[in-house]
Design a protein around this ligand. Structure first.
Ligand code: TXA
Ligand code: MG
Length: 328
């Protein structure tokens, strides 16, 4: 196939074209506030099967259903009572709720599970596409499975352009890390993936909240695979003063740091995530910075740890998975 056309996500005509592609069972990459998604009609199993193929995603890994309103979410999932307060506070936005599914959701979307992940995205182009197509969108992140998630249209184009129908370019994603995935399946609320809504904010609404994010090869949410979000260049997380960050003679080392560090001379390239140390800004810049460092053919990447609070929790989660050498 030839490369997918890239259209301006802010253009109503482009949204109309993209909606027609979705209705015909095609695949559209579109911006959300978290990362770019690769969307298909959630109720068209053939279209969803193509999403798995394009991403080279294991069929056991279920896909999030994106809806245009809390009301239409009820068509796909059976939401418990506490979901209402969460939707009011965090929708539209980077919170995905995993709840028992309805019969409308094809098994391929949920990988055969009896639960479904549902979220209402905040990006106006995502909402416009859902509305114009009249469909819920099954949409994983628009990257090849295991690689870095795309936060710009050109990240999508570089990875999967030849295998999809259309890319809507909405500029850079404002949140920059994927949605928080929260299970509300009767067994007590559990965070399955750290993401754009920090746990502190969820606790304000829920009170009790568990984590279910351990590292394992048979995770409750497959986004928990130990090695995921991987750069091709090996990456290690080190403290600023760790001597192992030093390049050996002839070695080219790239640095990813929250704020401008001391001793930057010894690095071949440096990416600063937020001059002021703001963790929201850092999350928004994270994947693009990793893309740039990874495209330089460096020998190794060093990331400085960031504080594990707010969006820092999701940032450290992604960096740890990126640094894991293999799935264990
Ligand atoms: O921000 C996001 O969530 C982005 C944008 C495009 O919306 N999407 C995204 O999708 O990150 P994906 O497929 O890359 O990650 C979805 C995560 C996976 O870890 C998947 O295993 C989990 O959600 N998930 C989906 N359905 C699930 C279910 N029924 N039970 C448990 N986990 C589920
Ligand atoms: Mg993903």
């Amino acid at each position: 196939m030839k490369p997918a056309r890239i259209l301006d996500a802010g253009d109503a005509k482009a949204i109309g074209e993209a909606a027609a592609v979705i209705r015909q069972g095609g695949l559209v990459a579109f911006p959300t506030e978290t990362v770019y998604g690769l969307g298909a009609d959630a109720c068209n199993p053939l279209a969803v099967a193509r999403v798995f193929e394009v991403k080279r995603r294991p069929r056991m890994d279920p896909i999030i259903v994106h809806v245009g309103s809390p009301e239409s979410a009820q068509l796909y999932g059976r939401f418990p009572i506490e979901a209402a307060a969460l939707m009011r506070r965090f929708w539209p936005g980077p919170l995905t709720l995993v709840v028992p599914k309805t019969g409308l959701v094809p098994p391929i979307v949920t990988a055969g599970l009896d639960t479904v992940a549902v979220r209402m995205p905040a990006h106006p182009a995502a909402l416009a596409l859902i509305l114009a197509s009249g469909r819920a969108l099954a949409a994983p992140s628009a990257n090849v499975f295991g690689c870095i998630s795309p936060t710009e249209a050109r990240h999508v184009a570089e990875q999967i352009s030849e295998r999809i129908d259309l890319i809507l370019d909405g500029g850079r994603c404002a949140v920059g890390v994927e949605s928080t995935v929260l299970a509300l399946d009767g067994a007590g609320p559990r965070i399955l993936r750290a993401g754009g809504v920090p746990p502190e904010a969820l606790r304000e609404v829920l009170g009790g909240l568990e984590w279910s994010i351990g590292s394992s090869s048979r995770p409750e949410a497959p986004g928990q695979l130990t090695r995921h979000y991987a750069t091709r260049t090996p990456l290690v997380i080190l403290d600023e003063d760790d001597p192992r960050a030093e390049a050996s003679p002839g070695e080219r080392v790239g640095l990813l740091a929250l704020v401008t560090p001391r001793n930057i001379e010894k690095f071949a390239a440096v990416e600063v995530l937020s001059q002021s140390g703001n963790l929201r800004e850092a999350a928004a810049n994270l994947f693009a910075a990793l893309y740039r460092l990874d495209s330089m053919g460096l020998d190794r990447l060093v990331a400085h740890a960031v504080p594990e609070e707010g969006l820092g929790i999701a940032i450290m989660d992604r960096l740890r998975r990126c640094s894991a050498r293999e799935t264990s």
